[in-house]
Design a protein around this ligand. Structure first.
Ligand code: GLN
Length: 487
């Protein structure tokens, strides 16, 4: 049974269709595996067994009636614990929401349920998705399945670790500055951030609303493409969601990429890059050449400002978004306050962790009168320049490539006392969020310690079909994706 859990969704779907196994059996096997190994990993905050088995049962009933199954029906999936599933806890890995039970479904959740995808549980994350290592969870750290002493990457660390360790086959994460792509790269799987607005964020706990996107994790590009198809689409409940038809991405995966112009981002191929990562990306460039692509060098001159821009805009937005957690309507309330003001301040002081407080303070400062023009407004202007860099780049290249991160997964604790060092982990991923373009990380080899390396591919807005195509061709020309963590 564990053999089938290690297979991609495309093969699990065949086994279900051919009645080699029932959906209830597959879901139960995944639940058993979680119970067996998750103590070591810490990937799950909670399990939603009942919902999962109920959904799986519906799949089996459909199969028994000889009916066609919706895409990904019966495939075990985990939701990042900042997405609402009715009747289950949605904690954002924060003490302030520790006992919050969702009164409604996020739009992506509803779409998964409509497609009969069993949701097995809620995956651990950095508190309110703020972090790059998943060490900021208020409950427990997530461990990297390739080396339990290392971080899985963040903030969607639980979503990535659960797929990489074959606890589940698919998961969803949210990506504000790299939180899907970075953990995908550290855990050796595929992680994808769609175009801003492609996926509804209704029912996702907001971090920085002009940057947040929900996207898929999977062990193959094909599975990720199918999962994106399931969750995409216009949603009247999210005014930023795009009113455009959803594509069947899987149908263009095998398109010939002869003549595709692959741009190598110059600024991400030099400074601070580890030797192993550099070698892996050079191999990827060779691979694309063999596939007939044309390699071009691309410069993104404003990329070096992206971290500074991001940490002003993201903190400014989060200081506003998190104002709603004040002990009145949601979650934790301090037990001993003498008056209303004390109730607010104590609730927030006791309920939020140190990184979240740091960001609320930074963001409040950047928005305060006298500093707004100097910081927030400047950052907005710089954001436009970063976006313009991509417009220029995509005149010369169809897709862009770079390492997803200059280094591989680091030891737990290595950067937790140095927020700035942690922020620098996101140098390759943040600019895609600033520009609203889609990007993904695909396995591209291993370092000398056997830790996975990720190749980042970026495409212009709404060109996810092209992005998946370029990634699939690379994936299939190599065998990195067939290697799984030994846990
Ligand atoms: N690591 C970045 C941060 O800490 C990105 C997080 C994210 O994408 N949610 O903000």
């Amino acid at each position: 049974m564990n053999e089938l859990l290690r297979k991609p969704a495309s093969e699990q779907a065949k086994a279900l269709k051919n009645k080699e196994i029932s959906a209830v059996e597959l879901t139960q096997a995944a639940l058993n595996r979680i119970k067996e190994i998750d103590e070591k990993l810490g990937a799950f905050n909670s399990l939603t067994e009942e919902t999962a088995l109920e959904t799986a049962k519906k799949v089996d009933e459909k199969i028994a009636r000889g009916e066609e199954l919706p895409l990904l029906a019966g495939i075990p999936l985990a939701l990042k614990d900042n997405m609402n599933l009715i009747g289950s806890k949605t904690t954002a890995s924060s003490k302030i929401l520790e006992n919050f039970v969702s009164p409604f479904n996020a739009t992506i959740t509803q779409k998964l349920l409509d497609n009969l995808v069993p949701i097995l549980g809620k995956a651990n994350l950095d508190e309110f998705a703020m972090g790059s290592s998943n060490e900021n969870s208020a409950f427990k750290k997530v461990h990297n399945p390739w080396d339990l002493n290392k971080v899985p990457g963040g903030s969607s660390g639980g979503s990535a670790a659960s797929v990489a360790s074959c606890e589940v086959t698919l998961s969803l994460g949210s990506d504000t500055g790299g939180s899907i792509r970075l953990p995908a790269s550290f855990c050796g799987i595929v992680g994808m951030k769609p175009t801003y607005g492609r996926v509804s964020r209704y029912g996702l706990i907001a971090f920085a609303s002009s940057l947040d996107q929900i996207g898929p994790f999977a062990r193959t590009v094909e599975d990720a493409a199918n999962l994106l198809e399931v969750i995409s689409g216009h949603d009247p409940k999210d005014s930023t969601s795009l009113n455009l038809p959803v594509e069947h991405y899987a149908s263009s995966l095998n398109n010939d990429i002869k003549g595709l112009r692959v741009g190598v981002i110059k600024e991400l191929m030099s400074e601070g890059l580890s030797d192993d990562v550099q070698k892996a990306i050079e191999n990827a460039i060779e691979c694309y050449k063999k596939l007939g692509a044309e390699i071009v060098e691309i410069s993104l001159p404003n990329l070096k400002h992206s971290i500074g821009i991001y940490y002003i805009l993201a903190t400014a937005e989060c200081s506003s978004n998190l104002a709603r957690f004040d002990g009145v309507r949601y979650g934790y309330r301090t037990p001993d306050a003498k008056n209303l003001m004390e109730m607010y301040t104590k609730t927030r002081a006791e309920g939020f962790g140190p990184e979240v407080k740091r960001r609320i303070m930074l963001g409040t400062y950047a928005l305060s009168s006298g500093y707004y023009d100097a910081y927030y407004k400047k950052a907005q202007q710089m954001r436009a320049l970063v976006t313009q860099d991509f417009v220029e780049a995509f005149k010369k290249a169809d897709v862009l490539i770079s390492p997803t991160c200059p280094n591989t997964a680091f030891e737990l604790g290595a950067k937790s006392n140095d927020p700035l060092a942690m922020y620098l982990t996101d140098i390759a991923t943040i600019s895609a969020n600033l520009a609203g373009i889609p990007g993904l990380s695909v396995p591209a080899g291993f370092d000398t310690d056997g830790m996975p390396i990720g190749l980042q591919i970026l495409a212009p807005q709404l060109q996810e079909a092209k992005l998946f195509n370029a990634a699939h061709k690379f994936e299939q020309a190599n065998d990195y994706y067939t290697k799984l963590a030994n846990i």
